[in-house]
Every structure is written in C-alpha cells, then in structure tokens.
Design a protein around this ligand. Structure first.
Ligand SMILES: Cc1cc2nc3c(=O)[nH]c(=O)nc-3n(C[C@H](O)[C@H](O)[C@H](O)COP(=O)(O)O)c2cc1C
Length: 342
C-alpha cells in the first residue's frame, strides 16, 4: 500500500500514467528473474474521483505477484548471512533467527512503491512545467552504451555483479525552492538524502561536485550574465553547480549524480558465517540482478520528484491546482523584474 499526502485537488491522475513509470523501473539491461514475474500496477484506492484528485490522501495498492511462489515453498529460513546486505545488522538489531525477516524488507522491491508515489509527484510537477529524466553515465569502467552492456555480460559470466553512475535531471524548476536559512530544508541536502536512501547507493553529488577538486574557483562557479528578455534578465553560462545555490534552486536545471554499488548477492557467493553455528559457509544466494543502474535512474527520478513536489507545495501551497497555479504564476511574474531592479 502506498499513501501520498499533500496533493492538491483537481490534479488529473490515471493508473496508466503510474503504470508507465512502474514499467520503466522493471526494464533495463542486467535485471534478474524477478522482473519477469512481476508486472507492476498501482491500483488507486482512495483520493481520486472521476480521474481527479480530491485533496485527500491518495492510496494505491501494488500487488506482489511473487506471493504464490512463496506459498509453494520458497519461504525457507536463511541463516547464511550475506555481506553487503541488511542481513547481519537486521538480525542482530531485531533479534531475528531468520535472516529472511530483514532480507525481504530491505529488498529493492520496496522501490516499486517509491516509483508509484514519485509518479504522482511528477504529475503534479508537470502541471507547472517541471519535467524529470535520467540516464546511466557509466557501468563498471565504461561510459559507452555497447561497452556498458559488455560490462554487464562480463560480470554475469563471472558470476559477479557490477555498479554504475546515474544522473537525474529536473528541467523547468523555478528559482527559490528550498531554503538558505534552514539547514534541514536546503534543497541540495534534501535531494542528497533522498537519493542516498535508494538501496545500494553509496555516493551522491549535486552538479559536478565530484569534479571540483582539480578546478579553481573561477573555473567552477556558474557566471551570471545579462540577457534582454524582460521576463528573465539574467542567464548562466554553465550549470556546474547543478541548479542549486545556498540551498535553493537557482533556476537552472537540477542535476544530481549518484553511484550505485555492485550488488552484494553473487552467483559465486562470498565467504561468510552461519547465523546459527558461527561456522564458515558461503553466503546465501537466490535470484538476483547483475546490475541495477538502469532501474536506479527511474527510482532516482521518483525520489527527486518527491523532494521537489514537497518543496514546491511548501513554497506555493494551495488546496486545489487552480489555487496553486495562481500562487505560482504570481511569484513567477515577480521574480524576473525583482532580480533586475533590486
Ligand atoms: C533497483 C534495485 C535492484 C536491486 N536488486 C538487487 C538484487 O537483485 N540483489 C541484491 O543483492 N541486491 C539488490 N539491490 C541492492 C540491495 O537492495 C541493497 O544493496 C541492500 O538492501 C543493502 O543496502 P545497502 O547496499 O544500501 O547497504 C538492488 C537495488 C536496487 C536499487
């Protein structure tokens, strides 16, 4: 069950739109067997009437089609702890004698719920001209599409896994979302937290953050230059900061990158210990992806959309889309001239 709160009334929302994004999460070179089992669909249960949101919480149900396989015997106890997973800390923290209790909840299966919620946020943002997309920048040591696929094939053949770098971009973001006065509302910090929360993500950068160490200050800042457009009397030569300054959006596209690690469940399992006996064993293996960078991009879009939608509604408020639009348009009509004359 997915519950999304804070969406104003009169947003057109249909299940097909959400299904489109859920489908994107399931595709991608390097995904494992589970994606053949599940064709995700979010059934809207509450908060929408005749295709339009009501302003009340939106409840969506995503069935787990894998459930029948569990009834037929896959539900066995696991004690051969896998390094790189929630297995060991989860068992210790909750006093579990069966690693499966934490293994399944920590699984990226939960990201289907994030993508469904993120699709609602994306739909809201689209009403205001904000669009998100993502792409894989590199897999393993390669940044060219064919070679990336070869990296996945090589890892699969070796019974191993491979990670990658993913970029998420939001275009059409208005200037001034977030805050420079509240550390917990800084938009770059919120985006980083949201992306870091994706399973297996180990590093996040905003804009070209990872590349700045070999540059001087003059080479990194996004120089502001005048233009003659009365609605927007300034422009940027570059977008190295990735669309944020001082914890606020700067009016240029938001760009964030993240590294997703090579996943920890290996066909050739790593050495480990048994939870019951403490004896050396090979870590548990079951159905697993080889590379999850492509779906991680879709999940990254969802997470960025959720953060942006929150910041957007915090700034513009409103109980219905027309009210939010009035607030938004009023603000947009003033920011250009204000910047110019202040
Ligand atoms: C889309 C996606 C699919 C994933 N699929 C798998 C998988 O098939 N096997 C696996 O071991 N880990 C997979 N992971 C990663 C684990 O969920 C993650 O490594 C684990 O929960 C431990 O969290 P941590 O790596 O953030 O410490 C996947 C992650 C994502 C984002």
């Amino acid at each position: 069950m997915v519950i999304v709160e804070g969406v104003p009334a009169y947003l057109y929302l249909d299940e097909e739109y959400i299904a489109h994004h859920l489908g994107r999460r399931q595709r991608g070179y390097g995904r494992g067997g589970r994606q053949q089992i599940e064709r995700d669909h979010a059934h809207i249960q509450t908060g929408v009437r005749h295709g339009y949101t009501l302003g009340s919480p939106i409840g969506m149900l995503i069935e787990n089609r894998d459930w029948v396989n569990w009834q037929e015997g896959r539900n066995q106890r696991v004690t051969r702890i896998r390094p790189g997973h929630a297995d060991l800390p989860g068992a210790m923290k909750y006093g579990f004698h069966d690693v499966r209790n934490s293994l399944e909840r920590a699984s990226a299966r939960e990201t289907a719920a994030r993508v469904a919620a993120g699709a609602v946020a994306m739909k809201l943002l689209e009403e205001f001209g904000i669009k998100l997309h993502s792409h894989v920048l590199s897999i393993g040591r390669s940044d060219v599409a064919d070679q990336m696929m070869a990296e996945v094939d090589a890892a699969r053949e070796a019974g191993d896994t491979v990670g990658g770098v993913v970029e998420v971009i939001a275009e059409g973001v208005p200037i001034g979302l977030g805050s420079h006065v509240h550390w917990d509302r800084k938009i770059d910090a919120k985006i980083s937290q949201a992306l870091m929360s994706i399973n297996a993500v180990k590093a996040v950068s905003i804009g070209e953050g990872w590349d700045l160490l070999d540059r001087w200050g003059s080479e990194f800042q996004d120089v502001i230059e005048p233009v003659t457009d009365p609605d927007r009397p300034w422009q940027r030569k570059t977008n190295r900061a990735g669309g944020t300054e001082g914890g606020m959006t700067s009016g240029t596209p938001l760009v964030a990158r993240f590294v997703i690690k090579p996943i920890a469940t290996l066909h050739n399992p790593l050495p480990s210990v048994d939870l019951d006996t403490g004896e050396p064993v090979q870590a548990h293996f079951e159905r697993s992806d080889v590379c999850q960078a492509p779906p991680a991009g879709v999940i990254g879009e969802a997470m960025m959309a959720l953060v942006l939608a929150d910041a957007f509604m915090e700034k513009f408020g409103g109980d219905s889309i027309p009210e939010t639009k009035r607030n938004f348009e009023g603000y947009q009509a003033t920011v250009g001239p204000r910047l110019r004359y202040s």
